[in-house]
Design a protein around this ligand. Structure first.
Ligand SMILES: Cc1cc2nc3c(=O)[nH]c(=O)nc-3n(C[C@H](O)[C@H](O)[C@H](O)COP(=O)(O)OP(=O)(O)OC[C@H]3O[C@@H](n4cnc5c(N)ncnc54)[C@H](O)[C@@H]3O)c2cc1C
Length: 463
């Protein structure tokens, strides 16, 4: 492997031992036994060879690592939860600044705030905040990193009620590209704070402070599984429902193959299906009434509606996206889920090269759209929905077909009622195109990056 050989050759020229003595954490080099495991991330498609991985345990370790990278003319890739879909948190030839060991959460229930280390995952934050009947609106999987998800906006079941994750951010502590340690909030370094609310990397964040919101008692989760031929009718009724959906409701239909489990009739196993699924983050009894039109459609072959704790909800899908599988995801915001978009989705589902793939429709109503477009770099708050096209496969030979399926499907969605920009966390592969993601906010974001990282030490590609 050339990239492997190059990484070894570059690392051999670097005083990595000197870096190691300056850090509380460890430095893993290409010649170390742990290197192969340390360079891997969640997405098995990603196979990068960094010159070293610096495990930072304190902000000062981060500052030392950035200074080392600048002295030796290395790019810095930043890794926290390691769930970047494009693998942007590792890069051949770069120094990886790994924040995963800064995993801590401190909740102040009286002030209704939480301070969170960049290595924390959502599972840790949800457990800590729910013990006080509070929550930050995070993602829908427990093992994604708080850092990358927040800096990319962050959508989840509580977004209609409480907004994007980044909308609950109060402040960050950050080490900039020049090695300066700053705090940014609405009142201090406000331009840096603006950029952190969805603009991706703006320096290495060493602490996040969030506003917390009330969330007591169980939530309701429902699913209705219908044959794939029912897609136009099912998504048509979803569109009607969505027009007046309350903030407590987050209904996100998807298409998927029927799992081979006893929850489904055996003659349906492996068939493609359209699934109406949603969460009610208020009184579950009200949720059952609210979801009545979607709960038991005539041609559904499996339905369920269960109350559960928010922390159980947040771990429910963890096993559906295992580490090491190959993934390629992109998304398109739509001003409405029109008939053309529904046809596109239906056809793409039928043509998917892998039966592990899915297309998910995310609602964008409620608190998300009440925040001003100017408050953060995220484009498209006025979208009605965002469609996420998510390919997953195991066979390495199937990579080109799956990547092309995602790209082609997104091109087709773009020709429907699409609007500019896209959710940063689901923007696609390593296409470093800030204009495509941030649309009208791209220039302002670039100028903030240039101000705080004039030497362009950080890599800015996002998935
Ligand atoms: C299974 C799965 C489920 C997901 N579900 C959701 C979801 O429900 N909602 C949603 O919005 N997104 C979701 N995502 C997307 C997810 O938000 C992004 O992949 C996010 O980047 C993951 O953050 P991380 O810290 O785990 O990633 P990493 O790979 O560690 O980092 C990703 C990028 O974030 C930046 N970054 C990371 N740490 C720092 C830091 N300390 N300082 C500055 N920049 C940093 C870097 O640019 C880095 O390249 C999901 C992803 C996966 C794999």
């Amino acid at each position: 492997m050339d990239a492997n050989r190059d990484a070894r050759a570059t690392a051999a020229e670097l005083p990595l031992d000197a870096l190691s003595t300056r850090l509380a954490g460890a430095v893993v080099a290409p010649t170390d036994a742990e290197y192969d495991a340390a360079r891997r991330v969640w997405n098995g498609l990603v196979n990068e060879y960094p010159v070293a991985i610096a495990y930072c345990e304190q902000p000062v370790d981060v500052a030392e690592s950035i200074s080392f990278a600048r002295d030796h003319d290395l790019d810095v890739a930043i890794r926290s939860g390691g769930h970047s879909v494009s693998g942007a948190s590792v890069a051949s030839g770069a120094l990886v600044v790994d924040c995963s060991r800064m995993e801590w959460v401190r909740v102040d229930p009286e002030a209704r705030t939480a301070r969170v280390g960049p290595g924390a995952t959502w599972g840790t934050v949800d457990r800590a905040t729910q013990s006080f009947d509070l929550a930050v609106p995070g993602g829908v999987f427990s093992d994604t990193g708080v850092a990358g998800l927040t800096l990319g906006g962050g959508t989840g079941y509580l977004s209609p009620k409480y907004g994007f994750t980044a909308d609950s951010l109060r402040s960050i502590d950050v080490v900039t590209g020049t090695g300066e340690r700053l705090t940014a909030s609405a009142d201090r370094n406000a331009d840096l704070f603006w950029a952190a609310r969805g603009g991706g990397t703006v320096g290495v964040v060493t602490a996040f402070e969030f506003d917390l919101h009330p969330l007591a008692g169980d939530v309701l989760y429902f699913e209705s599984w219908l044959p794939i031929e029912a897609t136009p009718a099912a998504l048509g009724s979803y569109r009607e429902y969505q027009r007046d959906a309350p903030d407590d409701a987050c209904v996100s239909p998807y298409v998927a193959a029927v799992p081979d489990t006893s929850a489904f009739p055996s003659d349906r196993h492996g068939d493609l299906a359209v699934v109406l699924s949603g969460v009610y983050a208020g009184d579950p009894a009200t949720g059952r009434e609210e979801f009545a039109p979607l709960l038991d459609p005539a041609d559904a072959f499996a339905t369920s509606a269960d109350t559960m704790s928010y922390t159980d909800l947040q771990t429910m899908m963890d096993e559906d996206f295992p580490d090491g599988r190959r993934y390629y995801w992109k998304s398109v915001p739509l001003s409405e889920l029109g008939d053309d978009a529904i046809d596109t989705l239906h056809e793409a589902a039928l043509n998917a090269p892998s039966d592990l793939s899915t297309i998910v429709v995310w609602p964008m109503h409620g608190a998300v759209e009440r925040v001003s477009e100017e408050a953060s770099p995220i484009a498209g708050r006025d979208a009605a929905v965002v469609v996420n096209v998510e390919a997953a496969w195991d066979d390495p030979m199937a990579t080109p077909a799956n990547v092309e399926w995602v790209r082609e499907t997104c091109r087709a969605f773009r020709e429907t009622d699409s609007i500019a920009g896209t959710l940063p966390n689901f923007a696609g592969g390593r296409e470093p195109d800030a204009d495509a993601v941030y649309a009208a906010h791209a220039d302002r974001l670039r100028s903030v990056r240039e101000q705080y990282d004039p030497g362009a030490v950080f890599r800015y590609e996002r998935e």
